[in-house]
Design a protein around this ligand. Structure first.
Ligand code: NAP
Length: 248
């Protein structure tokens, strides 16, 4: 059975590391990005030059029409999708709740929550054995923030990941007897560009002494957990979470 995975937001960071590892493990990989075409194309070239198979698809996964087009393109170009990683996500500048605008909350919630709901909906309608599909596996990328709440930094972001956790639990039970497993990873402080978009590029180094392991994590460490949850080795695992927080 040919394994095919869509990884949303895989031009950079955790998504890109997951795309590389998935290709190495024999998946055909759909690299999705929002604006950073050059990084996505370089990643796809690199995977294909090293004997893997990857294609690149721009789509804003918080937009229903973009997500529908994305899945239709995959149907046409690669056939049945067997795995989905809902990785795309954003955070905004650190501030207290009383300073936050509704526009910001809408951006955070549509980018982190609606995107996950939309991609799960399209994937389940194709994978479900009750609907003629061949089953599949979904991993949502949540955050340790769903447990800690990120006070003084981005409570809205933490709440969006709390929504992803509840959705993961409910969907996992809803489709458990349809050949689909749904799990999530909850990374802690990982070295990627996301902290710069929150206004503090060196955030992980500032906070690392408070982590029991006294270091930040790497995108590759998160990718290994995602790939394990996707794999048949996790065949009895659904509605579960792997925390990658260095003990936090
Ligand atoms: P990152 O380095 O900032 O990369 C974000 C990726 O998401 C990029 O590929 C970006 O595409 C894409 N993206 C953003 N919005 C999108 C949209 N609407 N449609 C399609 N693609 C979109 O982030 P990261 O740190 O790797 O984070 C990945 C996931 O891990 C996120 O869900 C994040 O919340 C979660 N996480 C990260 C950490 C951490 O410490 N890094 C901790 C916990 C959880 P472009 O390149 O085109 O902009």
């Amino acid at each position: 059975m040919q394994k095919t995975v869509l990884i949303t937001g895989s031009s950079r960071g955790i998504g890109a590391a997951t795309a590389r590892l998935a290709a190495h493990q024999g998946y055909r990989v759909v690299v999705n990005y929002l604006v950073n075409q050059q990084a996505a194309l370089e990643l796809v070239d690199d995977i294909n030059r090293n004997g893997g198979k990857a294609i690149c698809q721009q789509a804003d996964v918080s937009s229903e029409s973009d997500v529908i087009t994305l899945f239709q393109t995959i149907d046409r170009q690669l056939g049945p999708l067997t795995a989905l990683v809902n990785n795309a996500g954003i955070l905004e500048h650190q501030m207290r709740v009383e300073q936050m605008s509704v526009d910001r909350w809408q951006r955070v919630l549509t980018s982190n929550v609606i995107s996950c709901f939309l991609c799960c909906r399209e994937a389940v309608s194709r994978m479900s054995m009750k609907r003629g599909g061949i089953g599949g596996s979904i991993v949502n990328v949540s955050s340790v923030a769903a447990r800690t709440g990120s006070p003084g930094e981005y409570v809205d972001y933490a709440a969006s990941k709390g929504a992803v956790d509840a959705f993961t639990l409910g969907l996992a039970k809803e489709v458990a007897d349809e050949g689909i497993r749904v799990n999530a990873v909850r990374p802690g402080f990982i070295y990627t560009d996301i902290h710069a978009s929150g206004g503090e590029p060196n955030r992980v180094d500032r906070l690392k002494d408070g982590i029991p392991m006294k270091r930040g994590g790497t995108p590759k460490e998160v990718a290994h957990a995602i790939l394990w949850l996707l794999s048949d080795e996790a065949s009895y695992c659904t509605g579960t979470f792997i925390d990658l927080g260095g003990g936090r």
